[in-house]
Design a protein around this ligand. Structure first.
Ligand SMILES: NC(=O)c1ccc[n+]([C@@H]2O[C@H](COP(=O)([O-])OP(=O)(O)OC[C@H]3O[C@@H](n4cnc5c(N)ncnc54)[C@H](OP(=O)(O)O)[C@@H]3O)[C@@H](O)[C@H]2O)c1
Length: 467
């Protein structure tokens, strides 16, 4: 239960917000409760909570077999609980669920103290059970735990229709006027998900694994902006994340959905307190969104943003730009370059940012030198060709067809090598493990070097960009 809901439900008395903290707040409440003579002040919030808690404990201690028979049965039959029990059965956690239900039922029938004792006994049994705690701990440490039940809100067609009518969900492509239109509670997103039945990660071919889902719209925290996305790029990251190759992103966060998309363009619709105070961004601004996020408060952030817990939204964290209302850190929001379509402005930043860093931070390229670029006719490779050529380098690109070679030349390249050319097509093999085979392996690559020298005045490259 989120803190504000817990407050509304009366489960808690206050929340420490802003510059208040829980310890200071708790101490000041305790001070208010204790009178100068050391007795409790009956009108203080803490005293009231203390008295209420003790009264409740008395109540809880009494056995209530009627509840176990009647209400507990209907709670267990609730569709949400039923779904969790079914999921536990699918992944082989029946015994654990039975133990938990047994502990609850026993407590109601025999009273709280006896219930706790019974729970301790069941827990001890579970810990030593070779198919229970022992297996569970081993699987957890090996990162092979069976999936847990999902918590994604499952919106039915009828609920979706109702939300659309109430304008708590907007059809994709709806006009939205920041500051004028109400921010809806729900939104459409493109994501890959955990199976709601089994909890298993549903990776696969993007065309089937990426799904349209309905998720809540989040509110920005202090340094963040909420953005209504107008256009969003499709990037190689999406493919890695959706296919789960080389790793499943679900192993890195505990959301049951992962919204793809690494950057785009959109309108600022809400700002956190600090972002608003800074004044650079305002509601209604059109911004291009860079997908790189950092720990903004890290002391290393000024040294190199990539040293401060750098992640790419949509690839690492599950809140990418393929959703209607995305959260971005304020520094991710960039001015939009003039003379660009919305689609173009929403799709170049990650590619170009990656290449800028490769060329100018890592390689520190100098004009007049030669650079060899792999995958030179598409994506990052093509941006590398354009950027290097415009900075005065001789660019030779590796491609897989004559038409891709033409793309490299038209982007400013001086030459191209077709890796499918029969003269070299078979030279791209692994370095043999046996050192006695190394000389032959190197010799097989000579035609590639010759092809390169022939296009570069007899010289090899000063720099190489490879994927
Ligand atoms: N896009 C980004 O913003 C970004 C950011 C960080 C990292 N990356 C990483 O950079 C890599 C490329 O991303 P991208 O967006 O540029 O993808 P892309 O547009 O699909 O480019 C991949 C290139 O790889 C080449 N290629 C395919 N098989 C090859 C092989 N066997 N040998 C040599 N080249 C081969 C292809 O060119 P030919 O078939 O013509 O040779 C193609 O141009 C990915 O690993 C991606 O994760 C991308």
């Amino acid at each position: 239960v989120p803190a504000d809901e817990a407050l509304e439900l009366g489960l808690i008395d206050s929340i420490a917000t802003g510059d208040a903290d829980a310890l200071t707040l708790a101490c000041s409440l305790a001070r208010e409760a204790i009178a100068s003579d050391g007795t409790l002040r009956e009108d203080a919030a803490v005293t009231k909570a203390f008295r209420q808690r003790h009264a409740q404990l008395e109540e809880w201690r009494k056995p209530d077999p009627h509840f176990a028979d009647d209400q507990l049965r209907s709670i267990i039959a609730h569709p949400r609980i039923e779904r969790i029990i079914k999921q536990a059965h699918t992944v082989g956690r029946d015994v654990a669920v039975h133990r938990a239900l047994d502990a609850i039922r026993y407590g109601f029938i025999h009273g709280f103290e006896a219930g706790l004792e019974h729970e301790a006994k069941l827990f001890a049994e579970a810990v030593v059970d070779p198919n229970g705690g022992k297996r569970g701990i081993r699987e957890f440490l090996d990162r092979h735990s069976a999936p847990l039940p999902t918590r994604r809100p499952l919106i039915s067609r009828e609920q979706e229709q109702l939300l659309l009518e109430q304008k708590e969900l907007l059809p994709i492509g709806s006009p939205f006027f920041p500051g004028v239109d109400r921010i809806p509670k729900w939104q459409y997103a493109q994501a890959f998900i955990r199976d709601p039945e089994t909890g298993a990660a549903m990776h696969g071919d993007p065309i089937v694994a990426e799904k349209q889902i309905i998720i809540p719209v989040e509110r920005p925290r202090a340094n963040q902006a909420l953005i209504y996305v107008l256009a969003s790029e499709v990037n190689f990251n999406d493919i890695w994340a959706i296919t789960g190759i080389p790793v499943s992103r679900f192993d890195e966060h505990d959301r049951d959905w992962h919204v793809t998309g690494s950057g785009g363009i959109g309108l600022v619709v809400a700002l956190g307190e600090e972002a608003r105070r800074q004044g650079r961004l305002k509601i209604g601004d059109l911004v291009a969104i860079y997908s790189g996020q950092t720990d903004l408060l890290s002391p290393l952030v000024g040294l190199d943003p990539m040293a401060a817990d750098f992640v790419i939204q949509g690839n690492d964290p599950p809140d990418g730009s393929h959703q209607q209302f995305m959260i971005a850190q304020a520094p991710q929001c960039m001015p939009v370059l003039p003379d660009m379509t919305l689609e173009a402005a929403g799709s170049y930043i990650l590619n170009l940012g990656t290449i800028y860093r490769a060329l100018f931070t890592t390689l520190r390229v100098q004009p007049g030198r030669t650079i060899f670029i792999e995958g030179a006719a598409t994506g990052t490779g093509l941006d590398a060709v354009r950027t290097a050529a415009r900075n005065g380098l001789n660019v030779i690109g590796m491609v897989s067809s004559p038409s891709r070679a033409a793309t490299v030349l038209s982007a400013g390249g001086k030459g191209a090598i077709n890796r499918k050319d029969p003269a070299i097509a078979n030279c791209f093999t692994r370095v043999p493990e046996d050192p006695s085979e190394w000389a032959a392996w190197e010799a097989a690559g000579h035609p590639l070097l010759e092809m390169f020298r022939a296009q570069n005045g007899g010289r090899l490259a000063d720099y190489v960009v490879s994927h």
